[in-house]
Ligand binder design. Structure first.
Ligand code: GLA
Length: 422
């Protein structure tokens, strides 16, 4: 089946175009001004794959302990992930001891982190990577470890002394919207006062979603913004997250940009649930939407085809584009959805996503329908690493898309010298 798009046909389309024009009129001027996260943060986090596994006797391989983070740092540094841009080795919940020490200083679990957090951070740094940890803007973390409430300045100082480069702040067991918000503002200040560059990743928007969060305020205080529910090792949940950020794209694109990017939650490529096509889709969609790219999988057992998805530098370059624009959905008519993202140097990228459940179909786009009607563009398939030719105005570009799969391309004005994709 060949489908030619008439973008004026559907009500959905008109609404989406309206959203886009509003978004483009208001540029992303709000940002946490600590000079960090000029492009979406990239790295690894254990949460989806390893959760709160603390029984190192019976399950040493999956246990949250210093060896796990060291092994992941080794792999990220030696197997091409670092070269592709992955930079942070982050801890999530369950790294702490249940008690602070007599001075109120956070402690790691002594059995699982006997060398201490500073030594672990030093190890990660020795691999040319950066180190992150997890805390919670409440009385306890989601899994019942000490929260930061009442200890903001002390903990910020402790992180800096340990050599932490990234802090993820969760929102379980919080004391209500007002104190919660004040806590994040105070934390931003406390981190800045340490003078150590520390990326601040906030679940402020997510945990306050029922209270109409002020996303502008969040963007002013956070480098990375988790605004929606947790990803699971599940295609349905990947789609739920995608739908939410797309539904909110007008608001999100106004607060997203260099210094403060959305975090659509972890990349579950290489875990158990996603097929190859679905894995490709999650990676392409998270990339075009300028989300943080934090893998949460067992890198020791990564399937080579999944690894190829995670290491696709042409896709990553679209995520890491220095303009920092969020890709926007510009077309939706079942079973297809199309996103376009403005890139540096007058280029743009697009993703065609198929929710078809029968078989691969051809889908046709034109430069005009993608919102770029003026120039001829050299188009390159960034997933299959192939030049597709030059397209201008309404010249059709027809691409076969697999069920649950994507096609993704970059378009470069063809008069520009030295056509270079990344
Ligand atoms: C929340 C967060 C997750 C993870 C867990 C840990 O659910 O959203 O990303 O950090 O807590 O308990």
């Amino acid at each position: 089946m060949q489908l030619l798009i008439d973008i004026h046909q559907t009500e959905t389309m008109r609404t989406i175009l309206l959203f886009i024009s509003v978004s483009l009129a208001v540029s992303a001027v709000y940002s946490l001004d600590n000079g960090l996260a000029r492009t979406p943060p990239m790295g690894w986090n254990p949460w989806v794959r390893f959760r709160c596994t603390v029984d190192c006797v019976n399950d040493p391989e999956n246990c949250i302990r210093e060896e796990l983070f060291m092994e992941m740092a080794d792999i990220v540094a030696s197997e091409g992930y670092k070269d592709a841009g992955y930079e942070f080795i982050n801890m999530d919940d369950c790294w702490m001891s249940k008690q602070r020490d007599a001075q109120g200083i956070l402690q790691p679990d002594p059995q699982r982190f006997p060398s201490g957090i500073k030594a672990l951070a030093d190890y990660v740094h020795s691999k040319g990577l950066k180190f992150g940890l997890y805390q919670d803007m409440g009385t306890e973390t989601c899994d019942g470890y000490p929260g930061i409430w009442g200890h903001i300045e002390t903990d910020a100082k402790t992180y800096a002394e340990w050599g932490v480069d990234y802090v993820k702040m969760d929102g379980c067991h919080n004391l209500g919207p007002t104190l919660f918000g004040e806590g994040f503002v105070n934390m931003t200040r406390a981190l800045n006062e340490t003078k150590r560059p520390i990326v601040f990743s906030c679940e402020w928007g997510f945990d306050m979603r029922a209270h109409n969060p002020n996303y502008t305020d969040i963007a002013l205080h956070c480098n990375s913004m988790r605004q929606y529910n947790d990803v699971q090792d599940s295609w349905d949940q990947v789609i739920n997250i995608l739908n939410w950020y797309t539904w909110e794209q007008q608001v999100m694109s106004q607060v997203n940009g260099p210094g403060n990017f959305i975090d659509m939650d972890f990349i579950v490529v290489g875990d158990f649930a996603l097929s190859f096509e679905q894995a490709q889709s999650q990676f392409a969609l998270w990339s075009i939407m300028s989300s943080a790219l934090l893998m949460s999988s067992d890198l020791r057992k990564m399937d080579p085809k999944m690894k190829e998805i995670l290491l696709n530098r042409e896709v990553i370059a679209i995520n890491q584009d220095k303009l920092g624009k969020m890709g926007l959905m510009i077309y939706s008519k079942s079973p297809y959805e199309v996103w376009a993202k403005e890139l540096d140097n007058d280029c743009f990228a697009a993703v065609i996503f198929s929710k078809a459940t029968d078989m691969p179909h051809n889908f046709t786009v034109t430069m005009t329908m993608l919102g770029y009607p003026k120039l001829p563009y050299a188009v390159r398939d960034v997933i299959n690493h192939k030049d597709l030719g030059t397209f201008v105005k309404d010249k059709p570009l027809s691409l076969k898309v697999n069920p649950s799969g994507v096609r993704m391309f970059k378009a470069v004005p063809s008069k520009k010298k030295g056509f270079k994709v990344y």
